[in-house]
Design a protein around this ligand. Sequence first.
Ligand code: GLY
Length: 372
Amino acid sequence: MQKELLIKSMDYFVGQLDKLMKDMGKTGVPGCQSKDYVYVADGGNDWTDGFFAGEMNLAYEYTGNEKYKLAALKQVEILKDRIEKKFAVDHHDMGFLYSPSCIAAYDLYDNEDAKQAAIMAADNLLLRYREKGQFLQAWGPVDDNPENYRFIIDCLINLPLLYRVSDLTGDTKYKDIAEKHFRTASKYVVREDFSTNHTYYFNIEDGSPIKGVTVQGYADDSMWARGQAWAIYGMALNYRYLKDESIFEIYDGVTKAYIEHLPKDNVPFWDMVFTDGDDQPRDTSSAAIAVCGILEMEKYHPNETFRKKAEEVLESLLTKYTTEKLPYSNGFLTDSMFNRNAGHKPECSTWGDYYVMEAVYRMLNPNWKIYW
Ligand code: GLY
């Protein structure tokens, strides 16, 4: 892939981040998705609030400019306060919140507050472990309501926080729970054809498996594009920590299924049941996540076909789906789809923007020490 395109894109993303930081002021955090391609600050209560700091950390690594480090450390303060106060943390997304922000800030700047915040977030995540069924409950209170007794595929990306906190504290309880959740997820979330379920229910009385159900996909048995990308990156990240080669078969399967369902321009529709000719929105964030997953797994289990496709997908994102063409935007990528079933429109998303920046930075720096 052309280095000029990667550098031009990284420069563009850093410029957009400058606009976003200016628009957010000193303490604002962008909402999880833009409105008409412009982010405004929200109440700092989203599952996505760690990605803003993640972008700052990548910008710091790319430019060496201290202003990004200072801004990222401000976000660490905000996120530490949030976990101390237990504000809007009654869900499983502790990894999305605390890995690109606090794990990264500890690794990059040796910041003790960031380390403490990451440990508190991991402790909070462990509270969601359900022994009957052996999984981390995604949403809702950890109570006796069977409606909440399920995990979701996205949680694969929350597990690296637990592996890292075991390393930081020397306490294996975090990684033990992560591995239990991972084994359960691998068994129930991946179907025989290597498409994936979005969410999976268990019987609250005895922990027996019940069924896969979608929330953000088109149908219970379809392939929600972002879920399939979480599976690709999730397999790669869990392999990184578990080093269990049986993960390769699942990774190969979910990645092949993803690639086979891509339309001509290599950026998936929001659900992969749709293809060229369907009048449906895409999900660029899914594409960015899948590229990061393929680049991560390439370190342990290289595959030329996957690598070539990852480059084609990224090139399509960088040449057809950036916000460059818009009169004003403080985001990076157009056409990210949060939840079509909730009536959302194509927008920028903080996670789509973060992951495309990570993908480009990975391409430029194959030895990058990851935040996950
Ligand atoms: N983790 C939530 C989503 O992918 O929309």
